[in-house]
Write a protein that binds this ligand. Structure first.
Ligand code: RNT
Ligand code: ZN
Length: 421
């Protein structure tokens, strides 16, 4: 794309926003300070590297599609990630799951993993100048096949998973220490039942006790903990042990962050609406930016109304420093590197859109009881040349703009992904 044309368009946009009291340069600087956590699992359909043919199984998660080119090894995944990062403006983080360790061909069960299995990731992250986040993996394992882990009636199975999560928190703390930036360790478990259970209370009591044991540890290093609720999954349609209310109570009592996944609520329930309700209680929040479609909670994120609403709530509440944004989706039906970049760019675009809102003016209009004025200004913002600000932001960040980044994904597909068979 012609850079002069992008710059000219930006200058015009800057004037238009300035008329409303918005400093587009400042908004861009604020956007540049935000690090998204990019989920490693979009690159290989949540397979991981525990064995050469590892694939997502159980846990109420399903990945559909068999588009060619998925990463089959650690090196391929890193190569793909580096390409994705090169197309996303800004400095970001990588979110790993425990099954993505560097096990060097050794069978390593989940209750035996340690920071040593993630040393090569730490080294790679240093090289790439990115920070790491982490997740225990309580699915795709024989002891999770019944869709029950930390709330399982069998104490031995619970013990196995408690040990796994404890180890994962230690790994996360070590990553945070090594990279000098607190690692967010998020815990999501699949536990639930397909049909109604008479034992809701017993499952929840067991989960509560398992969690108490896990979070009684304080691993040395730099760690931030979060717990993620869900509404339902495949095989847990009737009952999910770790529901929103369950984890909210637990997180509050134990000083953890709640993780709100945008695909884990009733379809008309808004995660955006929850931000200000949680702020008086929680210093920090983790959001899984995702897109629910019917039964699935993990479609590729787009620049949709609900992502914009979320970002507007975060900026209006001046909560940007208190919210961690992590992407969470997996789609095996299309170019996986492209899927990463679409979701990351859409999330950043939505945040930029929010940062360009004249929130102060809106607040004044509202205080003056000018409901019409508020509504009209909000409507006006939707057709201001926000795309011109975004394009210039990409140019300044040194990443391809518009159709160029699409071509870059296609070129990578031809040169790299299509050669994997
Ligand atoms: C599942 C949760 C969870 C996972 C990842 C892979 O419903 O959203 O965050 O998607 O841990
Ligand atoms: Zn999630």
């Amino acid at each position: 794309m012609n850079q002069t044309r992008i710059e000219t368009a930006y200058e015009l946009a800057r004037e238009q926003y300035a008329e409303l009291g918005i400093d587009t340069d400042l908004a861009s600087d604020r956007l540049a300070s935000v690090a998204l956590s990019l989920h490693c699992w979009q690159g290989d359909d949540v397979g991981g590297f525990e064995s050469p043919d590892a694939a997502l199984s159980g846990g109420g998660l399903a990945v559909t599609g068999n588009y060619p080119g998925k990463a089959r090894t650690l090196d391929e995944l890193r190569h793909d990630l580096a390409h994705a990062f090169s197309l996303i403006p800004g400095s970001h983080r990588l979110n790993l799951h425990a099954i993505y360790g560097d096990f060097a061909g050794q069978k390593t069960d989940r209750d035996a993993i340690g920071p040593e299995h993630f040393q090569s990731w730490i080294d790679w992250a240093k090289e790439q100048r990115i920070k790491l986040d982490f997740n225990a993996t309580l699915f795709s394992h024989p002891l999770a096949e019944q869709g029950l882990t930390l709330s399982h009636p069998d104490a031995n199975i619970r013990r196995f998973w408690i040990e796994h999560v404890k180890r994962c928190r230690r790994i996360g703390a070590a990553m945070g220490e090594a990279l000098e930036s607190s690692c967010v360790h998020n815990l999501w478990i699949p536990d639930g039942t397909k049909n109604d259970t008479t034992d809701r209370a017993a499952y929840r009591q067991r989960l509560w006790e398992s969690l108490c044991e896990i979070y009684a540890d304080s691993p040395s290093g730099r760690l931030l903990d979060s717990v993620e609720s869900k509404l339902f999954g495949i095989g847990s349609e009737s009952f999910v042990v770790g529901s929103h209310e369950f984890y909210l109570g637990f997180a509050q009592k134990h000083g953890l962050m709640p993780c709100l996944d945008m695909g884990h609520y009733h379809p008309t329930e808004s995660v955006a609406e929850k931000i200000s309700a949680l702020m008086p209680v929680f210093e920090q929040l983790l959001i899984h930016v995702s897109r629910g479609v019917r039964w699935d909670s993990d479609h590729v994120v787009h620049f949709t109304d609900d992502v914009r609403a979320l970002m507007l709530e975060i900026t209006r509440a001046q909560a940007l420093e208190r919210v961690h944004l992590a992407l969470d989706y997996f789609d095996a039906s299309l170019n996986r590197v492209g899927a990463w970049v679409i979701g990351a760019r859409a999330t950043l675009k939505a945040l930029l859109f929010a940062l360009l809102e004249p929130a102060e003016t809106l607040r004044k209009l509202e205080a003056a009881n000018d409901g019409f004025g508020c509504m009209a200004l909000t409507e006006r913002m939707k057709s201001l040349p926000f795309g011109a600000v975004w394009d210039w932001y990409c140019v300044k960040a040194g990443v391809p703009v518009g159709a160029e980044w699409i071509a870059a994904v296609h070129a990578y597909e031809n040169e790299v992904l299509n050669k994997r068979n």
